[in-house]
Design a protein around this ligand. Sequence first.
Ligand code: AKB
Length: 328
Amino acid sequence: MRLLSLLYGTGSVPRTLITGGLGQLGRGLAKALRGKYGQENVILSDIIKCPDATVKPYEYVDVLDMKQLDTVVVTHEIDRVVHFSALLSAVAEKNVPRALQVNATGFQNIVEVCARHNLMLFCPSTIGAFGPTSPRHPTPDLTIQRPTTIYGVTKVYMELLGEYYHHKFGVNFRSLRFPGVISADTKPGGGTTDYAVHIFHAAKDTGHYKCFLREDTMLPMMYLPDTIRSAVEVMDVPEEKLKLRVYNVTAMSFTPAQLLEEMKPYYPNLTVEYESDSRQQIADTWPEVFDDSGARNDWGWSHGYDLPKLVRTMVTRIDPDNPHLRTL
Ligand code: AKB
């Protein structure tokens, strides 16, 4: 805390505002940051009613309302913003105007507020920021980005606008391109990689899963605690180590068939039928293997969970009475 006080002023530590904080990533990141900086120094926010006291401090914040953003930043003396508000790939395709509002206008508002109040800004990007003309196996940090989804288009806009505000106005903008994020306690909200979470619940509840992607669809993935740690780490990287403002990060790549194979020892009777829908067209344009050597070399990123460890941990969290956990 003493070093933090030197950095952020006497007796103070960085105060963080998390937007879209009640989605898949917000609570986990808030917990990590609150452990590091103190409960009162991390403000979760979203546009739904505070669900319970454990998420507090909590504020209603609509990222489309500039005045409200200014007010919350000033009132809570915010130093950093983690901007999670966004529509994910599949839901964004179903409501393009809303995706443009939340993902593009919402980010414009946030980066402008960060410039105005001199705040650090972390905003995640995604494998979805690449498209059919990008190299897919592996996909490097710097390459062609011509996504064909509105989600991807708005995320490329976010990356470019963040970089522009960095060089034009000095905003300390940082971003990581996340792969599919697999979580046990929180659910993803309408993405193309969601099958890799749904299958664990279906395995426990019914023993059968209808997968909306083909069995050979390879996508990069990561377990939530690794995702959160990568965000915490990149916000702390000294400026001189950052060669990019936006880095790829990943942990593994697998197909639905490979995930099923890894789950079989825990669920020998699990059956999966494959019936691909519109999400298949999205997945077919995304990276299969993500090259995150930039993050590994420049600031020491390393993942903690590979596929076997991910599967065991998910089964332990979601289905703690699974009898095979004791013997495997
Ligand atoms: C999605 O599938 O839309 C997200 C992502 C990879 O960004 N999980």
